[in-house]
Design a protein around this ligand. Structure first.
Ligand code: MN
Length: 202
């Protein structure tokens, strides 16, 4: 059968240290993310989902009662997007002129955009994700709970995400989620990646 595969990490496992250590990556990517892939492949074997792309599985299982399939597929998609949203310190580039203009229009400044993203990440109660999104032609910051994902939502295009499940930061930061978020927002957001995916209209 065609299986869902674990996307390669786009940098070395120590490339985000000390904000995100190689030890955190070894569990977060090597156990949690890889675990979602293994679990999903087990769940879809012999079902109508077998052979579909990851995005197709997220779309088909959303709201269909196949909660475990949705949760595992959405978590794989979110983690793929998270690793791409991050970059080694100093390697994330800057927003393109087009993206920066949209940031200024929606938030007033890049610093205010970063502050809004950090605020959403810190305030997400429990496990989840904080997103910078294009939504209905505007840039917005939102957070989602647990495995919930903007993948496949009409009119929504994610640009960046921060994982605020405890497994993302507990080994390095323990309970200090705000410090982890600040270190990510200040030093590791991949604005080149966000700029590549940016368009206010498709
Ligand atoms: Mn995670």
């Amino acid at each position: 059968m065609k299986e869902i595969t674990l996307a390669p990490l786009p940098y070395a496992d120590d490339a985000l240290a000390p904000t995100i250590s190689a030890k955190t990556i070894s569990f977060h990517y090597g156990k949690h993310h890889a675990g979602y892939v293994k679990t999903l492949n087990g769940l879809i074997a012999g079902t109508k989902y077998e052979g579909l792309s990851l995005e197709e599985i997220v779309a088909a299982s959303r709201g269909a009662g196949d909660t475990a399939i949705f949760n595992n597929a959405a978590q794989i998609w979110n983690h793929d997007f998270y690793w791409q949203s991050l970059a080694p310190s100093g390697k994330g580039g800057e927003p393109s002129a087009e993206l920066l203009a949209a940031i200024n229009a929606s938030f007033g400044s890049l610093d205010a955009c970063k502050a809004a993203l950090a605020d959403a990440a810190v305030k997400r109660f429990g496990s989840g994700w904080a997103w910078l999104l294009v939504k209905d032609g505007k840039l917005v910051v939102e957070s989602t709970s647990n495995a919930e994902t903007p993948c496949g939502k009409p009119g929504v295009k994610p640009l960046l995400v921060i994982d605020v499940w405890e497994h993302a930061y507990y080994l390095d930061w323990q309970n200090a989620r705000a410090a982890y978020v600040k270190a990510v927002v200040d030093g590791h957001l991949n604005w080149a990646f966000a700029s590549g995916g940016f368009a206010l209209v498709d």
